[in-house]
Design a protein around this ligand. Structure first.
Ligand code: MLT
Length: 265
C-alpha cells in the first residue's frame, strides 16, 4: 500500500502490474480491497491502481466530500503517478465518481467501466433516506446500517451459500468510519444527474451488472447501454450488487476481454 498527498488529503492506494493504466474505484461503504481479485487477474498485462476514495479505507476523512471532489482527487493521484490518460472504472458509488470524472476530465479517459451503477441522481425519497442513515451512523455506528444494507447488496444465493463473501463485505462496512460514511451519504445525495451526458460519451465503455442486483438493477444498465454509443453490456448471472466479489471469475473474464480489445486501439 502507498500514500499520496493530494489536494490536502492523504490518499491510500495500491498499484500493481505494468502496462496500460486501469483505475478502479470502489463502492460505498467499501474500500480498495474489494478489487483484490481484479488486480490479481489484470496485473500481468495492466498497471492497476485502486485508491481508497476520500473518507473511505485508509484515506483521510473530511467533513464534506462530493462526487466531483472525489473525481478531482483521482485526477490528482494520476498526476502524482504521472498518468495522463487511463481506463477509469467504478462500481456503484465508484461508478458515480467515474461519471463525474469523465464529465470533468474527458480527455483523461481512455475507456470507461461502469459496474452496478446508475447515471441518475437520487430521488427526493432516496435523499431523505441518506440523511436519516447519516444521522443513524453518527449516533449508533456502522453496525446499525450494515445489517440493513447487506441483504440488498448481495444476491440471495450469495447470502445463503457464500459466508466468506458475506463476512468480507460486512467487514468492509464495519471498518468504515462513521464520519466518512455520513460524508459519503451526503455526497451521494447531492450528486448530479449524468443521464444527459451519456450520448456524448465517445470512448469504449463496458457496463457490467449482477443479474440479481437489487440496488442498481439490470434495467438501469440496459438503459445506459442504449444511451452510450457502442457500449457493451455484461449481465452476470448469480451476482447481486457487488458483482465483482460475488462472481469474480465471470467479472474478470468480461473485464479482461474488454481491456484486451482496447490494445492497439
Ligand atoms: C454503493 O454500492 O456504492 C452504494 O450502494 C451506492 C448507493 O447507495 O447509491
Amino acid at each position: 500500500m502507498s500514500f499520496a498527498q493530494v489536494r490536502g488529503i492523504e490518499m491510500a492506494y495500491d498499484a500493481v502490474g505494468a502496462g496500460q493504466p486501469v483505475l478502479l474505484l470502489h463502492g460505498f461503504p467499501f474500500n480498495r480491497s474489494m478489487w483484490r481479485e481484479q488486480a490479481e487477474a489484470l496485473r500481468a498485462s495492466y498497471r492497476v491502481i485502486t485508491p481508497d476514495l476520500r473518507g473511505h479505507g485508509e484515506t483521510t476523512v473530511t467533513d464534506e466530500a462530493t462526487m466531483d471532489e472525489m473525481a478531482q482527487d483521482v485526477a490528482a493521484l494520476m498526476d502524482e503517478l504521472q498518468i495522463e490518460r487511463a481506463v477509469v472504472g467504478g462500481l456503484s458509488m465508484g461508478g458515480y465518481v467515474t461519471l463525474a470524472f469523465h464529465h470533468r476530465f474527458p480527455e483523461r479517459v481512455r475507456a470507461l467501466i461502469l459496474a452496478d451503477t446508475r447515471p441518475q441522481a437520487d430521488t427526493d425519497e432516496a435523499r431523505q433516506n441518506r440523511f436519516q442513515q447519516a444521522e443513524k451512523v453518527l449516533q449508533e455506528g456502522m453496525s446499525a446500517i450494515a445489517d440493513a444494507m447487506l441483504p440488498k447488496a448481495l444476491a440471495p444465493g450469495t447470502i445463503q451459500a457464500r459466508p466468506e463473501i458475506v463476512a468480507r463485505v460486512r467487514g468492509m462496512m464495519l471498518e468504515m468510519k462513521p464520519l466518512g460514511t455520513a460524508a459519503a451519504l451526503r455526497a451521494m445525495a447531492a450528486r448530479k444527474d449524468h443521464t444527459e451526458m451519456l450520448p456524448q460519451i465517445d470512448v469504449p465503455t463496458l457496463i457490467i451488472v449482477g443479474a440479481e442486483d437489487a440496488i442498481t438493477p439490470p434495467e438501469v444498465s440496459e438503459a445506459m447501454q442504449r444511451e452510450i454509443r457502442g457500449s457493451r453490456l455484461e449481465i452476470i448471472e448469480g451476482a447481486g450488487h457487488v458483482s465483482n466479489l460475488e462472481r469474480p471469475a465471470e467479472f474478470n473474464r468480461a473485464l479482461k476481454e474488454f481491456l484486451d480489445g482496447l490494445q492497439g486501439g
